[in-house]
Design a protein around this ligand. Sequence first.
Ligand code: ADP
Ligand code: 5GP
Length: 203
Amino acid sequence: MIAGGLLLVVSAPSGCGKTTIVKRVMDTLPGLVFSVSHTTRSPRPGEVDGVHYHFVDGQTFTAIRGRQPSGFLEWAEVHGNMYGTSVDAVVAKQQAGHDVLLDIDVQGAAQVRQRANPVTIFIAPPSLAELERRLRGRGTESDATVAVRLHNARKEMACVAAYDYLVINDRLVEAVESLRSIIIAERCRHRRAPDGQPARWSV
Ligand code: ADP
Ligand code: 5GP
């Protein structure tokens, strides 16, 4: 459906370290644009509207969802809140040749696979016990939301086989290097340079 740059879909159980990895990759690899999702969840301390998410109420979310096909490319209810990727967050940037990175859950990834041709990457924790340590260590979740996120993690991990790539986030530096390597390899596969520019050569 969409020509131009790559559509990179990254999914992971909550607390696995996906935000940390994606930030490090985006800080060190040029040519990547982050798709800012809409969500009905409340901002966490430090989260900025329009940067981390577009924080909206349920009514606004429903109105955007109704604008088909120009509303959401995909949307889902995740851990009791609504999340969606607007068409605006993706299409123009991809058509302009940028590689667009979507941080979305397994339901959203399945919808994007139906509508586009994404490169999909699943980031997994080394164990559920470590996932719980990280979720609690982040200090952003109540006991109840930790329980919901751990329960959902088991179901999400059953979807790994549908993804093109698996990255285990045990040692952070290695996980960052793996995601960087995947993106660089996909660029080379499309006859582009590692920095995302068109390959320059003369024969
Ligand atoms: P997510 O975006 O997947 O919900 P975060 O990036 O917020 O997860 O990470 C959750 C917590 O785990 C954070 O406190 C982060 O610093 C920590 N973390 C991330 N990767 C690792 C790792 N490889 N080893 C130990 N802690 C990690
Ligand atoms: P969090 O609330 O921790 O930021 O995100 C919770 C989950 O929602 C994560 O798995 C994240 O990938 C997912 N998510 C974030 N934005 C979107 C989106 O636009 N669509 C979908 N389907 N999931 C999203």
